[in-house]
Design a protein around this ligand. Structure first.
Ligand code: AHM
Ligand code: MG
Length: 333
């Protein structure tokens, strides 16, 4: 059978069969796909429609909010609010979860997302992303997210959209990683690559190296090693787009490592920048499903249990060899 005309929804149903959970996930993927297409369209015209720049407010993370962050967050809340099967939404842009009581059924789900990843790129026409994860809500749950504060291994689907020269949707529902490219002429994501395998080793690393002096010694040793010219086989080039989705996508396709280490401050060790539930854990599921790895420098990201919905974690993600090296060199010891 030809793969040429497979949309994400038909793909997941073909992979998982016409069973109830697969249909639920297809319905969710349908909303992600629509959100991605609308965000992609908005991004192409944002400069001319006055949608660039800041709102003048700060979010729960204390970060300046861009107009596109707010717009994309509202869009996703509106799309998922539209009925079964999603009853809980957790977003980087919202202090509290949104609970949609009317959408609660025997099987219902939480979608956790970062609507615009790499916000510093909005006003300079750089690459951007949307990151998402899907978790089952426990039977007889209430509005409180206690059952969502579990290990990332509980995720049933995860992925990201990359808004670059083309718009790509990448997802996994636990049976490999698939990538779809947006055909703008028909407004559909169509399968580009299936069962992607990340190379075990790559030739690039991605990190904000301007933070070098604030890192723990182990993280500095790792970057010293990757950038050293002593052993040509160990030498990597630096590639940093400032968008996790874009930097991770390079690792997925060509291998290498993306990292956001913790920092040593007067108050002690920070937890890095990236948030566990809607940045690190979803990408960790994609990485592992592509035979890569994701670690906080000591432990597998997918085994860590966050205590709060906006909890942060140091992150080392990408090719198995580079992530193992980060742990071996004690990046977070
Ligand atoms: P955001 O969700 O507010 O955009 O923050 C996440 C982003 C990542 O996409 C990117 O890798 C990182 O923050 C860049 O941070 P920095 O500017 O500190 O390098
Ligand atoms: Mg983010």
């Amino acid at each position: 059978m030809s793969n040429k005309h497979l949309t994400p929804i038909r793909h997941i149903l073909r992979e998982q069969g016409l069973r109830a959970p697969a249909i639920d996930l297809a319905l969710i993927l349908d909303r992600v796909s629509l959100a991605a297409r609308r965000i992609a369209r908005e991004l192409t015209s944002a400069a001319l429609t006055g949608e660039l720049g800041y709102t003048g407010t700060t979010n729960v993370q204390g970060e300046q909010v861009k107009k596109l962050d707010t717009w994309a967050n509202s869009l996703m809340v509106e799309l998922f609010g539209d009925g079964y099967p999603v009853c809980t939404l957790i977003s980087e842009e919202m202090e509290q979860p949104v609970h949609l009581e009317a959408n609660c059924h025997e099987r219902s789900y939480a979608v956790l997302f970062d609507p615009i990843d790499g916000s510093s790129n909005t006003d300079v026409d750089g690459p951007l992303g949307t990151i998402f994860a899907v978790r089952r809500r426990a039977p007889r749950h209430d509005a409180a997210p206690a059952d969502i504060l579990t290990a990332g291994a509980e995720q049933v689907m995860a992925g990201y959209v990359l808004y670059g020269p083309s718009t790509m949707l990448i997802y996994t529902a636990g049976a490999g990683v698939s990538a779809f490219s947006l055909d703008r002429s028909v407004g559909e994501f169509l399968l580009w690559r299936d069962r992607i395998v990340m190379p075990q080793h790559g030739s690039t690393y991605a990190v904000n190296e301007a933070n070098y002096n604030a890192w723990h010694q182990g993280a500095r040793n790792l970057v010293d090693h990757l950038s050293s010219h002593e052993d040509p086989k160990a030498h990597h080039s630096l590639r940093y787009a400032g968008s996790f989705a874009a930097d991770f996508h390079r690792c997925l396709l060509e291998g290498g490592i993306y990292m956001y280490p913790s920092e040593v401050t007067a108050e002690g060790k920070s937890s890095g920048k990236l948030r566990m539930l809607y940045e690190a854990a979803p990408m960790a599921m994609v990485a592992e499903q592509a035979r890569g790895r994701a670690s906080n420098g000591k432990s597998r990201i997918l085994e860590l249990v966050p205590a709060r919905i906006h909890e942060r974690t140091p992150l080392y993600i990408g090719s198995a060899e580079e992530v193992a090296l980060a742990e071996r060199l004690g990046a977070e010891d």
